[in-house]
Design a protein around this ligand. Structure first.
Ligand SMILES: Cc1cc2nc3c(=O)[nH]c(=O)nc-3n(C[C@H](O)[C@H](O)[C@H](O)COP(=O)(O)OP(=O)(O)OC[C@H]3O[C@@H](n4cnc5c(N)ncnc54)[C@H](O)[C@@H]3O)c2cc1C
Length: 463
């Protein structure tokens, strides 16, 4: 049970009572049916890389883990689609079809470990989602086990279907509507030409200005990622790659893809705009090997930081791109006030910030300080016109902040949808929404709504 006591958010831990490891849809259905009959809550779990405590077994719930459901069920290259079991690892999908000139676009930085089922539940993003869209843009059909143990299908082989988009409702529902047991994904053709630029800047504000100029000029990079100096130094210390200038305040990685002529033009324009924003130098990488070298530091930044600090809390807020410089400066200020170092590595093109609060778990009271700083950073994002989550979901970690974005009536409406799938509230209870038990005052209005006759799941009003 120890291995299942947390997900990627190690700040909160609770061992489940039981873990079930099914291999087929029928076995998932049998386990869920058994839970339904006994009135026992259950929690779907993929690879456990989630960063919002979504797979955390807070209650005495049964964990149903999909890590033995790793089969490719069907490959239909002519129609550019693949059907996989939910435990298939994200990067395996591209690996399975790369030889035929295809790939699966959504690529979370955790792609060598996270599962497709987890990606669907979190509507995960990644480096290439700036141009190609997040998971919901790439899922065609879902086979589900509903919370009563029945099996159903949402969506179909075509991208657009008439009727209500229930497939869209399920994607991003964080395990609260049932368990995805087979997923049909869209495959894209590998672009004929790809180039990566690396630009270094003397300030985060200058790097933010480059992002603004590039997007403002109508260039749509496949990915545009930013790292600050603590990340650059950590990567340099760890890998000794010598790729990122050690003293730069920020580096920007820009990937451009498409037809060779289009890429050449975009590379020239983006380089010019980086220099205009104050870049010290702009390097170009065209071969696969040279591109991989430039990306390696970005993709391993969190691992590299782990050498300096054994624990981290990775926040996931969103701000409008134009607010990046001011919000980053404010995060720096908050980090100093709270006495906790914060490193920044994030999807700059989407305005999706990932401030990484670094700490040592053995320091007394550090958990509360880390959570408080995380909350203040999200408050900044909301005040800048952004959101409390870009791609990691709400889970158990951010449910008490839902009130900052949604009124009690909005949340009650979402709960109505949830109840339509899960009338008894057995699927991942207590996640996403504040409850009186978990968030006290912030759930008060929900209790009032129940008194007014709105039907809410039991945990939404249980003290
Ligand atoms: C180093 C690192 C980098 C990361 N980078 C990114 C990134 O760039 N972009 C990004 O979006 N995320 C990122 N993440 C977060 C995480 O990897 C994603 O949220 C991922 O989709 C979680 O997948 P998982 O299989 O680990 O899911 P889990 O952590 O096991 O579960 C996550 C949620 O999904 C639900 N769930 C799992 N499987 C199913 C299923 N079959 N049916 C229904 N519900 C299910 C669970 O109940 C839970 O609520 C990163 C994480 C780490 C540790």
């Amino acid at each position: 049970m120890l291995a299942y006591d947390c997900d990627g958010l190690t700040l909160h831990r609770h061992q489940p009572r039981l873990v079930v490891l099914p291999e087929t849809t029928e076995q998932v259905a049998a386990a869920v049916r058994c839970c339904a009959e006994q009135g026992v809550p259950f929690i779907a779990r993929g690879s456990g890389t989630g960063l919002s405590g979504g797979a955390l077994a807070e209650t005495d719930a049964v964990v149903i883990a999909t890590s033995r459901m790793r089969q490719v069920l069907q490959l239909d290259l002519e129609n550019q689609r693949i059907t996989v079991q939910p435990g298939v690892i994200n990067s395996w999908v591209t690996r399975a079809v790369a030889g035929d000139g295809f790939y699966y676009a959504p690529d979370p930085s955790s792609q060598v470990a996270c599962s497709i089922g987890g990606n669907v539940a979190e509507n995960s993003g990644g480096v290439h989602c700036l141009k190609y869209g997040v998971t919901s843009n790439h899922v065609l059909e879902l086979e589900l086990v509903l919370p009563d143990g029945s099996i159903t299908t949402l969506g179909g082989g075509l991208p657009e279907l008439p009727g209500l988009d229930l497939r869209g409702v399920f994607i991003g529902s964080e395990g609260t509507l049932g368990i995805a047991t087979a997923i049909t994904l869209r495959l894209l053709r590998t672009p004929p030409c790809v180039a990566v630029l690396l630009a270094d800047f003397a300030s985060m504000a200058a790097a933010g200005e480059a992002v603004r100029l590039i997007t403002g000029a109508g260039v749509l990079p496949a990915g545009m990622e930013m790292m600050d100096n603590p990340c650059i130094q950590a990567v340099d210390d760890y890998f000794g790659l010598d790729e990122y200038p050690r003293d730069a305040a920020a580096v920007l990685l820009i990937e451009l893809d498409g037809h060779p002529l289009e890429v050449k033009e975009a590379v020239e324009l983006a380089s010019r705009l980086c220099l205009q924003a104050g870049a010290g130098a702009v390097r170009e990488a065209w071969s696969e090997e040279a591109r991989a070298r430039l990306w390696k530091g970005r993709k391993s930044a969190i691992t590299a930081l782990g050498r300096q600090f054994p624990s981290y809390y990775l926040q996931d807020g969103v701000v409008p791109r134009t607010a990046l410089p001011t919000v980053l400066a404010a995060i720096d200020r908050l980090s100093a006030e709270h006495g906790l170092p914060v490193a920044n590595v994030f999807h700059a093109g989407d305005g999706n910030l990932h401030p990484l609060i670094l700490y040592r778990a053995d320091q007394p009271g550090v958990g509360e300080r880390v959570s408080a700083l995380g909350g203040e950073i999200l408050r900044l994002c909301i005040e800048a016109g952004g959101s409390i989550s870009g791609e990691h979901g709400v889970g158990s970690d951010k449910r008490c902040y839902m009130d900052w974005m949604f009124s009690a009536d909005d949340q009650a409406t979402m709960q109505l949808v949830r109840r339509a799938f899960d009338p008894d509230g057995l699927a991942n209870p207590g996640k996403i929404f504040p409850t009186p038990k978990t968030c006290g005052e912030s759930a008060r209005r929900l209790v009032e709504l129940q008194a007014e006759g709105v039907v809410l799941p039991p945990e939404a009003v249980a003290f």
